[in-house]
Design a protein around this ligand. Structure first.
Ligand code: CA
Length: 475
């Protein structure tokens, strides 16, 4: 099949939306009919992974099709300079109409403002949920209302105003990012007890220091601002933890409800206009999130819940309906995929793979045999997650926490040793027991250590000086 017309592109990206809170991914805590409908009309990716589970770097990876070490957007404090080519600048040069609404979080000012867009309205940094200010080429504007609704409505109005040229619109939500402020119309949702995930009481036995050291436990580290009310005084520690989980999840899932309504409005518009079939509609999040798994909220770790992003795509003119895939795909792949669908050559230097064949061919080849991950923000003051990198294959995951020459905070010790973790995801899908020192996995460990080293060379990243050179390789 081929499409006579270059497709429109509607790319909805949310912030911190875990697959475990999406119906088509098997959510037991909520429903998302809008997102599910995209998957039903197209394909659901079950192993879509991010290369750095953090808002700003992930956005840069989506736009530039490169890893964090290439875009130089490694942490929340490193912003994207707008001399980079992106899939947007390439689409614009090829005659697409382009627009961006919502969370940018890649910096502001002459060096960082969005480029390649015919129209843009972006939230300053994290943005606000209510009556939010937006930055535009004409200066700041404040709109009354709820941020998720405003982003959707403005995107719809822009789409309505387009003529015959194909368009690409980014609908990039703030929700459901902390501090999880839902619209009052959703205040009655999720008042029944929300099921706890199986690893809610995880004590991190079986993993190294970093999991113990992180300060993301719901029981201990959600703040008054997050919770918005005090736990009942009579509750003991364990009951209070469950109460906090419930409070957290209520607001999180209510924020998701508004997102899903927005997705329904966008696809309804495309159907009404007869454009749904020749539009590439994508729903993704900038990374996953802990919804009580391992007792946590937040992201950052290379463990599955934050490594995995939800990703569903429909394009009925070319992509068969109702498919799913376990192929290892990455946020780095999206830029080349959208350009591939548009028939536009990808700029030199993009580091992902187009997924066009994967989603259109009857017997597609895998796009990669291993995924490279790196998290740079070492031991920040709020979450205390160590910097690490690693590799994930279909079955295994190897992680190296290089500890970056720092010790545990407030100890004066700067010599804390690096640590490794290795998980067999088939036998241990919740990643509760590292088998790095298990002699039965010595061969796998050697193989993955080489794979990690080789991927770093191939992608142009530099192994940390503390990492030993694997046998048969040189630095
Ligand atoms: Ca995020």
């Amino acid at each position: 099949m081929s499409s006579p017309r270059r497709p429109n592109i509607v790319f909805v990206l949310t912030d911190d939306h875990a697959a475990n809170a999406i119906g088509c991914y098997g959510s037991v805590v909520n429903t998302t009919p809008g997102i599910d409908a995209i998957a039903a009309a197209g394909i659901r990716f079950d192993r879509a992974l991010v290369e750095n589970a953090l808002c700003t770097p992930s956005r840069a990876a989506f736009l530039t099709g490169t890893y964090s070490h290439t875009s130089s957007v490694t942490t929340l404090a490193t912003h994207l300079t707008n001399d980079h080519e992106t899939f947007i600048t390439a689409l614009k040069a090829a005659g697409y109409r382009t627009a961006m609404f919502g969370k940018w979080h890649l910096g502001h000012g002459p060096d960082h403002d969005p480029v390649g867009f015919d129209h843009w309205e972006v939230l300053p940094d994290q943005g606000e949920y209510f009556d939010p200010e937006f930055f535009t080429p004409d200066g700041p504007v404040r709109y009354e209302g709820y941020v998720t609704d405003i982003i959707t409505e403005h995107a719809l109005a822009w789409m309505e105003a387009q003529g015959d040229e194909p368009f690409c619109v980014l609908v990039w939500h703030k929700a459901p990012h902390r501090p999880w402020l839902p619209h009052p119309r959703h205040a009655d949702l999720f008042t029944d007890p929300i099921p706890l995930p199986p690893t809610f009481d995880d004590d991190y036995d079986g993993r190294g220091t970093p999991a113990h050291h992180a300060t993301m436990r719901i029981a201990d580290y959600l703040t008054d601002v997050d919770l918005k009310e005090d736990p009942p005084a009579e509750l003991g520690y364990a009951e209070r933890a469950v109460w906090k989980y419930q409070r957290y999840m209520q607001d999180y899932l209510r924020c998701v409800a508004a997102v899903d309504e927005g997705v329904q409005a966008l696809t309804a518009f495309l159907h009404e206009k007869g454009r749904f079939d020749d539009t590439v509609t994508i729903y993704a999040s900038d990374q996953g999130f802990y919804l009580g798994e391992h007792g946590w909220f937040d992201k950052r770790f290379m463990y599955e819940e934050s490594l995995r992003m939800p990703l569903v795509l429909s394009y009925p003119a070319r992509v068969p309906a109702g498919a799913s895939t376990e192929a290892l795909v990455s946020n780095v792949d999206i830029a080349q995929t959208l350009l591939g669908f548009a028939g536009v050559a990808a700029p030199e230097g993009m580091q992902g793979h187009s997924l066009v064949d994967l989603v259109t061919a009857t017997d597609p080849a895998p796009v990669r045999d291993a995924h490279y991950y790196r998290f740079y923000e070492h031991d920040d003051h709020m979450h205390h997650v160590w910097a690490h990198y690693g590799v994930r294959t279909d079955r295994y995951k190897l992680i190296y926490y290089y500890a970056d020459g720092m010790g545990l905070p407030n100890t004066g010790d700067t010599s804390y040793p690096p640590e490794w973790e290795l998980f067999d995801l088939e036998k241990d899908p919740y990643e509760l027991t590292s088998v790095h020192l298990d002699p039965a996995y010595a061969g796998i460990r050697r193989e993955l250590t080489l794979k990690l080293w080789d991927l770093q060379q191939e992608l142009g990243d530099t192994p940390h000086p503390r990492q030993p050179v694997p046998e048969g390789r040189t630095r």
